[in-house]
Each structure stands twice: as structure tokens, then as C-alpha cells.
Design a protein around this ligand. Sequence first.
Ligand SMILES: [Cu+2]
Length: 180
Amino acid sequence: MVRSIRGAALAVLAAALTACSGQAGGDPAPGGTGMGGMNMGDPDAVPAEQVPGAEVAGGRFELLGTAPQGYQGVAGTAALARHGSGSTVTIELRGLKPGTRFISHVHEGRCEEGGVAHYKFDPAGGDMPPNEIHLAFVSTPEGTGYMTAENDKTAGPDARSVVVHPSEFTDNRIACAPLS
Ligand SMILES: [Cu+2]
């Protein structure tokens, strides 16, 4: 069962791209932006805490009241590095359901407010990367998750939190970590 879920993960990853887009069931990726060009994270990228000369902000994930059943043990950290080449965000989680797809976004609201909307570099721009920072990942058999996303723009002060969602829901918020 777990194996089949993991095997299917890539095929259905595209569905995760619209999770928490602010428009439930909204349009898929904009035309001309294939999976290859859509930055949803790279587990091999230099993590935020290790980017040279960066200004790093971050904190611990706290469970949100909207978390679905089965996630009460979720913990971890998120970090945002602002540096000369833009922004790097790294998340580390444990206590997740194993072999499950998740999507995280940088949000503009504080965790106390549930994160509110996605952070956008251009407030009038689109709701997918590179105008937003998204991190898609599949949890390990041990229930851990890890991902780093890079963006060539430096995030402003409105990048206040990271919220993690299970990809099976359009916008179900499990946990939130502050970025300030
Ligand atoms: Cu989100």
C-alpha cells in the first residue's frame, strides 16, 4: 500500500501544485510553465542555515487548530535566508504520516493568525512560483520531511511564516513556523 502511494506520487504531484492556491480547484500551472521550470524545491540545494553571508530568520513548527487527525505529533523547523542571490527556505519536519505528499508555502500572516494568505513577491502577480515560494515533498517511511526552495528575489518583510499542508486537501493547514 505504501509502495503504491509512493509510486503514484510523481504522477499526481501536479495536483499538489494548486494546493492552497487561494482558489480551491483553481487553474493548474500557467501556460508554458512545465514541471521542470516550476521550482517546488530541491532537497539537494544548500539549506538556508548554510548559505554564506545570509540573514537567516526562522523558528519551530507549531500545530494549528486546523490540523487533520493524525498530525498531533508534528514538529520541526523552518528557516528563511535572505542573501545576495535572493532567498532560500528550508523546512524540516517529523511526526508526519509516512509516504505522504505535502505542500508548504511561505505565507504573509503570522502563525497566530493561521498564516493568512501566501506571500507574493509581486502582490499583483500570480499565485505560483516564482512569484510565491512553494515546497513540495513526500514524507519518508519514518514520517520525516525535508525540502529547500530557492528564489532569485529577496523576500520582503511580509514573508512571515511557513505553513505545511497535506496535498490531499486543497487548503488544510497542519502546522506553521514563524520566519521572524
Ligand atoms: Cu500554504
